[in-house]
Design a protein around this ligand. Structure first.
Ligand SMILES: C[S@@+](CC[C@H](N)C(=O)[O-])C[C@H]1O[C@@H](n2cnc3c(N)ncnc32)[C@H](O)[C@@H]1O
Length: 224
């Protein structure tokens, strides 16, 4: 996907524009740039989490102030923008996606805006790559293959710091998870999300709430 906007005009910390008027200008510009990015993604049928979910991620990161973020399925980086926006210069972000082309889009988009932050974009299958990661994480966003959600949570569990927040997208999956409306095509995805919900609900290490934001979010606090 071509960059159609001037990313350098995004300045989330208003480091160059300290007045209230310019902060509002910066917000309006951010809204415009993200709107254009979203529109382009939708026109190319590239899945992204949507603005409500993105803003939820932004708020979660603004309040939690994570030091080490892991994103499983960063796609072209729409969700990444919100995860990284408030990341301090001492913090770190790792994004994984098995689609190399999307991953490069994400890296170009995010590194272009947040140069100077500690960002790593890794191409490959998260299930194979996560066991080899040496870091421990205090914020994880899961937004990859729904049928694999139970595997992701199992392999990241021993990489979580106490108090870590794990946010899983598509937890209601177009209301198919609870309505029983899934067809053969969706059966694997629905079964995966149900198993994920079962795991985080029964596993004593997690305290979980569900929010009706976007396609449904599961927010789990890791309390070993
Ligand atoms: C819904 S999209 C991600 C959207 C992105 N989080 C956003 O909101 O902009 C799901 C992504 O997960 C990736 N994916 C699916 N299974 C994966 C796996 N096992 N390992 C790594 N990436 C995976 C796909 O390539 C796809 O780009």
């Amino acid at each position: 996907m071509q960059k159609s906007t001037n990313n350098s005009r995004l300045d989330p910390y208003q480091t160059k524009t300290p007045t209230t008027t310019l902060q509002l200008d910066s917000f309006l510009n951010e809204k415009k740039v993200l709107g254009q990015f979203l529109k382009l993604a939708v026109s190319k049928k590239i899945p992204v989490c949507g603005t409500d979910t993105g803003r939820f991620l932004e708020l979660a990161c603004m309040l939690k102030k994570p030091a080490n973020i892991l994103e499983i399925g960063c796609g072209i980086g729409f969700s990444t923008y919100f995860l990284v926006k408030h990341l301090s210069l001492k913090g770190a972000y790792t994004g994984i996606d098995m689609n190399g082309e999307r991953l490069r889009e994400a890296e170009n988009f995010i590194s272009g805006i947040f140069s100077g932050k500690n960002l790593a974009f890794m191409a490959g299958n998260a299930i194979k790559m996560i066991p080899g990661l040496t870091g421990r994480y205090d914020m994880v966003f899961i937004d990859a293959s729904k049928f694999e959600y139970p595997l992701y949570i199992k392999i990241i569990k021993n990489k979580l710091l106490p108090g870590a927040i794990v946010i899983a997208d598509n937890i209601f999956y177009k209301n198919k998870v609870f309505s029983g409306e899934a067809g053969a095509h969706d059966a694997g995805s629905v079964a995966g999300i149900r198993k994920y919900i079962d795991y985080i609900s029964k596993n004593l290490g997690f305290r979980t709430v569900f929010f009706e934001v976007g396609d449904g979010l599961g927010i789990s606090e890791y309390m070993p």
